[in-house]
Design a protein around this ligand. Sequence first.
Ligand SMILES: [Zn+2]
Length: 238
Amino acid sequence: MGLDVTPIPVLSDNYAWLLRCGETGAQAVLDPGEAGAVLRGVTGEVGLILLTHHHVDHTGGVDVLRDRWGAKVAGPKSEAGRLPRLDIGLSDGDRVEVGVCSGVAMLTPGHADGHLSYYFERAGALFTGDALFSLGCGRLLEGTAAELYHSLHRFDALPDETRVYAGHEYTLGNARFALHVDPENQALRRRVAEVEALRARGVSTLPVTLGEERATNPFLRARDVAAFAALRAEKDRF
Ligand SMILES: [Zn+2]
């Protein structure tokens, strides 16, 4: 038994993620951007609210949900001043537990200062917030291209079969840009066809495997910081 992960669509295109330990039934919610949709999407108790970064579309539901559930709130300690009140401040390498499922916080700045991703090794699940999206990456709202480039390459050590759970359903929009810069990539063309079919049925394009992203995501495939920075700037104008 592992970690069951369920998307809860919130706001216009965000995902809050429900994590449930298969062995103990313990539950956590990651990045609840609003309370109402999350309350409708969750049954049973939730003991932990986990945050990747301070943006309100990832944190807007925290205070209501904390009161409702009596849950502990965990997020980046360095950003405590602009997050809802944290019960557990996390730094790079700190561990979080959902029942017997254990994850590690990975510092992944570039989109937002102090941004944390969470990697549950045994479950093979990686929560990337707004650092890595399927076929794209976060905008550089608070950091540099070099910071985000190095953040994304922290995932290089993780296995291809790792499932990526990102903070937004941006895949279809990202696909158009990816095809624009990498039109001959056959793996990308297959992924785009799959994404179009999923979205036509209103189905989430996540999770996606890290191996699939390595084959298709132009931002992971950029050969160095300069190429990554040029790509990010071009996407901002696309
Ligand atoms: Zn954000």
